[in-house]
Write a protein that binds this ligand. Structure first.
Ligand code: SIN
Length: 302
């Protein structure tokens, strides 16, 4: 089965003259070649952005020259920084979040565990996320992504009709209950080696967003629901919405809609939270993993 015709991946047809792309899986994801993140030309940036919307997640290997400032500068070319709902940011870099698990940490949950789109409980969730690998385990610690645009596209016309008017309640209630588990005080929040600064009430209250989202720049429609933050559907009982959300959450993350990245040091990954879901893995106890993350402020989902 081919989700996209071969020409979808054709750099020449796509007008990519300043970058090369190597698809990671047939559903989504691509490596981008010929780019030094510390020196991205305007022509390259336009093609990188197009490739991001095409592949939903893109990555760059061997970015040994890349600094935190370079990551910040690239993030700002996509739009203004988003405010992270979980952490305060690094000293001197308030818009950069360190995602860290030390070799000595043994935790039930890591940051990003569970299929999700970034912070959808916010009124304006982050549109795009960038993650740079500083230290990676020798194995494990992969990240998975799933193509939410493809998931929407392949629903039946009848299901598309049913879900078109629906709004999903996005709340961090379930995620925070996992983070809080076994913690002495409700406000003593950490995830392994990450201290969290969160407004729990606001995150639990969350927001209602369209379950079918339209990408503001490309017009692509995607399923905006996940298995971490989607708590209910406006106007439905818990039982009714659970049935539908269980199906849609499973469908949106179907294995053949996924790609999975084995990290190397000095990689940069960029994904569009409006077009895909992702999930971190907690399978590398005994090894250190350190990433730095920036987010772009998003629009009110429509
Ligand atoms: C995230 O969800 O932003 C983190 C993903 C990861 O650490 O793999």
């Amino acid at each position: 089965m081919q989700f996209y015709p071969p020409e979808y991946f054709d750099d020449k047809k796509n007008g990519y003259t300043a970058i090369r792309t190597v698809p990671l899986a047939s559903a989504m994801g691509a490596e981008i070649l010929d780019v030094d993140i510390a020196n991205v030309s305007d022509e390259q940036f336009a093609q990188i952005k197009d490739a991001l919307f095409r592949y939903k997640m893109i990555y760059f290997r061997g970015q040994t020259n890349m600094t935190i400032d370079d990551q910040e500068a690239l993030t700002l070319r996509f739009g203004e920084f988003g405010t992270d709902a979980y952490t305060k940011g690094m000293e001197g870099h308030p818009n950069v979040q360190r995602v860290l698990k030390e070799a000595s940490s043994v935790v039930d949950w890591v940051f990003g565990d569970g299929w999700h789109t970034d912070s959808p409980f916010l009124a304006q969730p982050p549109s795009i996320s960038l993650l740079q690998s500083l230290d990676v385990p020798p194995y494990g610690g992969d990240t998975w992504w799933s193509n939410a645009q493809l998931a929407y596209e392949l629903l039946s016309d009848k299901m598309k009709e049913v879900i078109a008017p629906l709004k999903v309640h996005m709340s961090a209630a379930w995620v925070l209950s996992n983070v809080n588990k076994g913690k002495p005080k409700l406000n003593d929040l950490s995830l392994g080696d990450m201290n969290l600064t969160v407004d729990q009430q606001k995150m639990i209250k969350g927001n209602f967003h369209p379950i079918v989202r339209t990408h503001p720049e490309t017009g692509q429609k995607s399923l905006y629901c996940d298995t971490s933050y989607s708590m209910g559907i406006e106007g439905m009982t818990q039982e009714e919405s659970k049935g539908l959300l269980d199906f849609l959450g499973w469908w949106a993350t179907r294995e053949d809609f996924n790609c999975r990245l084995r990290w190397e040091k000095n990689m940069l990954v960029i994904w569009d939270n409006r077009l895909c879901l992702h999930k971190a893995f907690n399978d590398y106890d005994g090894y250190r993993r350190e990433m730095i993350r920036t987010i772009v402020n998003g629009e009110v989902p429509a």
